[in-house]
Design a protein around this ligand. Structure first.
Ligand SMILES: Nc1ncnc2c1ncn2[C@@H]1O[C@H](COP(=O)(O)OP(=O)(O)OP(=O)(O)O)[C@@H](O)[C@H]1O
Length: 233
């Protein structure tokens, strides 16, 4: 169970409060207007932003003051998930060996995760030799190899066309959720949340609302969500 306990997050004049429990093994979407603090909240969970107050807990263990690399958390961003000078296998291997001295069992495991994401046979390519969708799959393969229980997605598929984005969302659901990872996904798009998120957290007006079942939330949106959906037209 992941908890944001009485968190207050500040970035210059911006402030966000979050008192949330991400229970069970659900996939949660974070949605809300631009600048509402979606990335800020993910960064605090991942350890890139120190809270002004409050705690981040995973299964009752206090993570608040652990550096990002020591947290049992993987994060995927929209950009810069892959190093251009490294092959796909090396990019994925960074998850387990920062210096890339990979053992035979590790190389076999890399082959295995590449197959899981549909990149069998492309291990020796460089990112520039892959399509956008294949690059996303390679980044996801690294998350699989890292094998951390919490996975944070900060709109990693936003640059893909709608068909490819849906394919990646489905892959996230079928692989990560079936492996019982705790996935929290930032999105601008209600369709993404409705497609794969069991529950959704609305961020608006400086606060994160409690996680709510996604279908019912969008079927009867509270005023702040209705305003956001209205602006999306
Ligand atoms: N490094 C920073 N320094 C100062 N202010 C920042 C910094 N990063 C973000 N902010 C501010 O914090 C607020 C929340 O930003 P954040 O990126 O978390 O919003 P978001 O909901 O993820 O937005 P978007 O949907 O546009 O990505 C914004 O007002 C932003 O200007």
């Amino acid at each position: 169970m992941l908890q944001c306990e009485n968190l207050v997050l500040r970035q210059d004049a911006f402030s966000l409060t979050a008192d949330l429990t991400f229970a069970g093994r659900a996939l949660t979407a974070l949605i809300g207007p631009s600048g509402a603090g979606k990335s800020t909240l993910l960064n605090a969970i991942a350890g890139f932003l120190v809270p002004a107050s409050g705690r981040v807990l995973l299964d009752d263990k206090d993570l608040t003051h652990l550096p990002p690399g020591d947290r049992p958390i993987s994060i995927l961003f929209q950009d810069n998930n892959l190093f251009p000078h490294l092959t796909v296998a090396q990019n994925v291997g960074l998850a387990v060996r920062p210096r890339l001295r990979l053992s035979a069992p590790e190389l076999a495991r890399i082959d295995d995760v590449l197959s899981q994401v549909g990149l069998h046979g492309l291990a020796d390519r460089r990112p520039a030799e892959l399509s956008g969708g294949q690059q996303s799959r390679a980044a996801l393969a690294r998350v699989l190899l890292a094998d951390r229980p919490v996975v944070l997605l900060d709109e990693p598929f936003a640059a893909l066309g709608p068909g490819l984005k849906d394919e990646m969302l489905d892959l996230v659901q079928t692989i990560l959720v079936s492996q019982e990872r705790r996935v929290i996904m930032v999105t601008h798009d209600p369709a993404d949340a409705l497609r794969i998120a069991d529950e959704t957290v609305l961020l608006a007006d400086g606060a994160a609302a409690a996680p709510t079942a996604t279908g019912p939330l969008f079927a009867a949106p509270p005023p702040a969500l209705a305003a956001y959906l209205g602006k999306m037209g």
